[in-house]
Design a protein around this ligand. Structure first.
Ligand code: GLP
Length: 258
């Protein structure tokens, strides 16, 4: 795992945006896996700003979002499709038919998960998967459990995850759906490269466990230790509980190899 630590979340976002734009320039048919939540918002702002400057072309890009709520329409303001449209898609030249979501309104949710996995395969697999992390170590909506699901699946959301998402539903916990569809751990681990971003003190504890703790289904993000191409991008706050040995200074953030 390569860990890069930035002074602020804006610096982190800018470095990652630069890296995404570079990927796009080298590989116009990039297949991107994308997260929602508060953490990626500065990244999406930075990507939109770079696009406005003419640095990027999304016309041949496919995107796959990690997860979506069950039972709400794509046009619902709390849906992850609405989030992506508001923060990224309507500001760049990505084609709507190339932005892929699990459909939480599908009649047969198992068939929908299979369709989504098949769509990823037909796109050639995910080149770059960007992730956030929940305070309990979830990635996508793969919540801590005795067993994890490998492929896209239906998830019963924990109260903590519903609370964390209440902000996207006008602060009303009762409006947050109780279920979601999420990529599974294998869907994520099959991406050719993975970047996990975390910012703020609230994430410091789980980041230390994810990076240096035991590999366990009780901390789904810890499985990333098994992937050969993972970068963890942190601000100083999220990095504050990492042991400091092995941290060296380099351009674009301190780099800490594990
Ligand atoms: C969720 C999402 C995750 C996200 C995580 C952290 O609910 N399903 O994909 O990474 O929570 O969210 P935040 O960035 O707001 O802390």
């Amino acid at each position: 795992m390569k860990i890069r630590i930035f002074r602020t979340e804006e610096q982190l976002a800018d470095a990652l945006a630069r890296c995404v734009v570079q990927h796009l320039q080298e590989q116009p048919k990039l297949v991107l896996g994308l997260p929602t939540g508060r953490t990626p918002l500065p990244l999406y702002r930075a990507l939109v700003a770079r696009h406005a400057k003419g640095e990027s072309d999304y016309s041949n890009v496919d995107t796959f979002n990690l997860d979506e709520f069950v039972g709400i329409a794509p046009s619902h303001p709390g849906s992850y499709r609405s989030y992506m449209s508001e923060h990224l898609f309507r500001h760049v030249n990505v084609s709507r038919r190339r932005t892929h979501f699990l459909d939480g309104q599908a009649k047969d949710l198992d068939a929908e998960c299979a369709r989504f996995e098949d769509r990823i395969l037909r796109a050639g697999g995910i080149d770059l998967q960007i992730l956030g992390i929940g305070e309990n170590g979830h990635i996508g909506f793969n919540e801590p459990a005795a067993e994890l699901s490998p492929w896209s699946h239906l998830v019963k959301l924990t109260l903590a995850s519903r609370r964390a998402n209440a902000g996207f539903f006008g602060g009303k916990l009762t409006d947050v759906p109780k279920e979601a569809l999420s990529m599974g751990m294998s869907t994520i681990m099959h991406a050719r490269s993975i970047v996990l971003m975390a910012t703020g003190k609230r994430k410091a504890e789980i980041i230390a466990k994810t990076v240096s703790g035991a590999i366990t289904t009780r901390i789904p993000a810890s499985l990333l230790q098994l992937h050969s191409k993972v970068e963890i991008l942190l601000d100083e706050d999220a990095a504050s509980k990492l042991r400091s040995e092995g941290v060296v200074t380099s351009r674009g953030g301190r780099v800490h190899e594990r």
